[in-house]
Ligand binder design. Structure first.
Ligand code: NAP
Length: 164
């Protein structure tokens, strides 16, 4: 299992249920990396998707505490164990947020695909600072790009505590 996230340089990732600053190239990158893989996502993040609907063309597993939560076109898991039980052994899975779901599943992820946006908008949700975690190391650091004055780069971190 891997994760993908866009983080600002202070490790903020969202404000008022959405991403305050986005660059279009990051959306493209997200589609390229996640392809047709299964995604695990929190119910609050789904509300921010176009039409509040799950991502098209792929298996969506939505995590929610609400026992009555349903969403057309998606499966629902009410705990980490339930989510894990839904996943096949060789299934390529990406955790795609939001903040609470990243926190819950971070220890199970082998790779973290980060888009670092070098800007610091006001945020109310945060991603753990991987640079302060002993088991996470930078595997790959992409070139610096710029969009509308915002510098950004794509980075991959790897978790030495997870087998694959
Ligand atoms: N920058 C990025 O790449 C990126 C990507 C995705 C999302 N985001 C941002 O992240 C924010 C949303 O994050 P969020 O943390 O508010 O919500 P979320 O992670 O999308 O959804 C969390 C949901 O999961 C539930 N939950 C918590 N623990 C659980 C468990 N053990 N089992 C099952 N369900 C569980 C939560 O219930 P409770 O309410 O009871 O805790 C909540 O309903 C938004 O601002 C969004 O834009 C940013």
């Amino acid at each position: 299992m891997d994760l993908i996230v866009a983080v600002y340089s202070h490790w903020g990732i969202g404000k008022n249920g959405t991403q305050p600053v986005v660059v279009p190239e990051d959306r493209r990158h997200f589609r390229e990396i996640t392809g047709k893989s299964t995604v695990i996502v929190g119910d609050r993040t789904v509300k921010d998707f176009p039409g509040g609907k799950p991502l098209k063309g792929r298996r969506n597993i939505i995590m929610s505490i609400d026992p009555d939560y349903t969403c057309e076109g998606a499966e629902v898991a009410h705990s980490v164990d339930e989510a894990m039980a839904l996943i096949g052994e060789n299934e390529q899975v990406f955790v795609i947020g939001g903040a609470s779901i990243y926190r819950l599943l971070l220890p199970k992820c082998k790779r973290a695909y980060l888009t670092i946006l070098y800007t610091e908008p006001e945020c109310d949700v945060w991603f753990p600072n991987l640079d302060e975690m002993e088991n996470w190391h930078i595997e790959d650091m992409g070139a610096l790009h710029e969009h509308d004055g915002i510098k950004y780069c794509f980075m991959t971190y790897i978790n030495s505590e997870v087998e694959r």
